[in-house]
Ligand binder design. Structure first.
Ligand SMILES: [Fe+2]
Length: 242
C-alpha cells in the first residue's frame, strides 16, 4: 500500500482556524506522515461571515507554504482544495467555478453543512453541483444533528451522487457521544466512502492515530484501508462509480 490520503485538514498557516504558523503546519504534516499519510490535502474553510476566503486568497497562501515545504522533502505530498460551507455565497461561487474542487480531476468538492440543521434547498443545491459534474463530498455527516436522529436522512444525498467523508476522530469521542454513535451507525450501514483527519493542530495527530486504530478494529483491514487510501484516491482522480 502506498499510504493513506487525507482529504480534509487545516494545515495552511494563518488562513482559518487551523495551523497558526509555519512551525505548526510543519509539525502537522510531519505527524500525519508518521502515522501513514503519504498525501495530505489542505482544505481551508470558505465560509461566509466566518472565513471569507476566496480562491485567490487560498491559492496564494498555499503557494507560499509550498515554497517553504520544498526544504523538507520527507514530508507527505500536499495539495490544495477547500471545505466549502453550503451557504448562499459559497454555493454561488462553486457554481461559477470559483470554488476549489479536488485536484487533479476537479470532479468532486468538499461540502460542509451547518451542524444544527440542513441548509435551505440543500438537496437541490447538491443536485445542481452534481449536474455540473462536481460530486459533493459531505464533510463529517456524523456531526450533524439531523443525522443523530436518523441516519437515513443521508439516503437521498447518496442517491443523488454525493459521498460521505468520516472524520475518524468521531470514533474516539472527540465530538461527544452522539457523533460517535452516528459514526458507528453510518460505518455499519456502509454509508462512508472515505475517512479523513480534519486535523487543525499538531496535537490532533495523536487522536487521529488512535481513531485510525479504532477504525481498523471496527471495520477490519480491507474496509479501513479502502476508506483511508483507495476511496480518497478515487475521489481525487474522479473514479467514483455512480
Ligand atoms: Fe474541517
Amino acid at each position: 500500500m502506498s499510504g493513506y490520503i487525507d482529504l480534509h485538514s487545516h494545515w495552511i498557516p494563518g488562513i482559518d482556524d487551523g495551523a497558526p504558523d509555519v512551525a505548526e503546519a510543519l509539525a502537522m504534516l510531519r505527524g500525519l506522515g508518521r502515522i501513514g499519510f503519504s498525501k495530505v490535502v489542505a482544505t481551508p474553510h470558505m465560509r461566509t461571515g466566518l472565513f471569507d476566503n476566496e480562491r485567490a486568497d487560498l491559492e496564494r497562501a498555499f503557494g507560499e507554504i509550498v515554497a517553504e515545504l520544498r526544504r523538507y522533502p520527507e514530508l507527505p505530498e500536499v495539495a490544495l482544495s477547500s471545505e466549502h460551507h453550503l451557504d448562499d455565497v459559497v454555493f454561488a461561487n462553486l457554481v461559477k467555478g470559483e470554488g476549489l474542487p479536488y485536484e487533479p480531476a476537479r470532479t468532486a468538492a468538499l461540502i460542509e453543512f451547518p451542524t444544527d440543521h440542513f441548509p435551505a434547498r440543500y438537496r437541490e443545491r447538491l443536485f445542481d453541483l452534481r449536474m455540473r459534474r462536481v460530486r459533493p463530498v459531505i464533510a463529517h455527516p456524523e456531526r450533524y444533528r439531523p443525522v443523530w436522529k436518523d441516519i437515513t436522512v443521508m439516503d437521498p444525498l447518496l442517491d443523488g451522487g454525493a459521498v460521505l467523508l468520516l472524520d475518524v476522530c468521531a470514533l474516539v469521542g472527540k465530538y461527544g457521544r452522539a457523533p460517535r454513535k452516528a459514526a458507528l451507525e453510518l460505518l455499519e450501514g456502509g454509508y462512508y466512502y472515505a475517512a479523513c483527519s480534519d486535523a487543525h493542530r499538531a496535537t490532533d495527530v495523536r487522536e487521529v492515530e488512535k481513531a485510525i486504530a479504532e477504525l481498523y478494529a471496527v471495520m477490519g483491514d480491507e474496509e479501513a484501508e479502502f476508506l483511508l487510501a483507495e476511496g480518497p484516491r478515487n475521489i481525487l482522480e474522479g473514479r467514483v462509480a455512480g
